[in-house]
Design a protein around this ligand. Structure first.
Ligand code: 8YV
Length: 307
């Protein structure tokens, strides 16, 4: 009998292609707000699964089906998985690092440019008026050249952002796992702060009200990592007070909901968690996730285990 593999979303076709011969594959429609109950239901007959970052893989869900042996999370992050529980139960959990590094770094630069050069505001104006009216003092933004970029989390993605930023003439400082510049100094001296740490209990609200107050007046915040790294209400207050000059956001504290106060702000560029949304990156992620499933059932060790 072929093992049952559940796909909790419509992933790139390469995932199904790689699994087609050796497995019974059940694909569920993409759904970003699944409850634990829904997860338990769709995983009931699974021997393995490819899951979304938004799927809650709690202890209750992981222990609901004794046959579930491997979860290949379609993401580099795995804050949706109770890793401790998976370890105890003996479920292998894998992620998809590497292939989305460049895509996420590109989007980080895109958000930086968009918010600092007011590209979205300009786009909205031309569409609304149907005209290109320019004036010497209109839509003035900030240059990237000679600005200090403070990178929090100098891993794969943080380093790729640094490499790009040098080309724009930025000075790069970083704070990473207690190394580099002390966080307080980075916040107080950076013109742009960009977040590239994973979401853990220690990093939740790393940018809280106090951190925002420490940030340089007129600086920008960019977040392509995880929404809950930032206290969004405090961010809105800092923007409203004019302490921050703008923010570029790909991720939100309560996804899929977005704080309505952010939506009203012209100084915030908002995109829907598209950091890895290139064909190249998403195909790479699907290939890695499906390959982990194939390897597992061939009794080969995982290439990207997080348990
Ligand atoms: C994706 C991500 O948008 O890999 C991650 O951790 O946040 C992004 O690549 C997401 O995982 C798609 O499910």
């Amino acid at each position: 009998m072929k093992p049952n593999i559940v796909l909790t979303a419509a992933f790139p076709a390469v995932a199904r292609d790689l699994l087609a011969n050796d497995f019974e594959v059940v694909e569920h429609p993409t759904e970003q707000s699944r409850s634990e109950e829904e997860m338990i239901t769709i995983l009931a007959d699974a021997d393995g699964a490819i899951t979304l970052l938004s799927d809650p893989l709690t202890r209750r869900v992981l222990s609901s089906n004794p046959n579930l042996a491997i979860v290949a999370n379609f993401a580099v992050g795995y804050n949706n998985v109770d890793i401790e529980a998976a370890r105890e139960i003996g479920i292998v959990v894998t992620n998809t690092p590497g292939v989305l590094t460049e895509a996420t770094a590109d989007l980080t630069m895109g958000l930086m440019l968009a918010v600092m050069r007011r590209i979205v505001e300009g786009d909205a104006e031309v569409r609304a008026t149907g005209r290109c009216e320019w004036e010497p003092l209109k839509l003035l933004g900030s240059s990237l050249q000679a600005k200090r970029l403070g990178i929090i989390g100098m891993g794969r993605i943080g380093s790729a952002v640094a490499a790009r930023s040098y080309v724009f003439g930025m000075e790069v400082v970083h704070h990473s796992r207690g190394r580099g510049m002390p966080l307080e100094e980075l916040l107080a001296t950076s013109d742009v702060v960009s977040l590239h740490v994973p979401l853990t209990a220690a990093t939740r609200h790393i940018i809280d009200r106090d951190a925002l107050a420490m940030m340089k007046k007129g600086s920008y915040l960019i977040n392509t990592s995880r929404g809950p790294l930032v206290d969004e209400a405090a961010l809105c207050d800092a923007l409203e007070a004019g302490h921050l000059r703008g923010a570029g956001l790909d991720v939100y504290e309560d996804e899929p909901a977005v704080n309505p106060r952010l939506l009203e702000r012209k100084d915030v560029v908002i995109v829907p968690h598209i950091g890895s949304a290139t064909e190249e990156a998403r195909n790479g992620m699907a290939r890695i996730a499906a390959t982990e499933i194939v390897r597992f059932f061939r009794k080969q060790p995982p290439l990207h285990a997080v348990t």
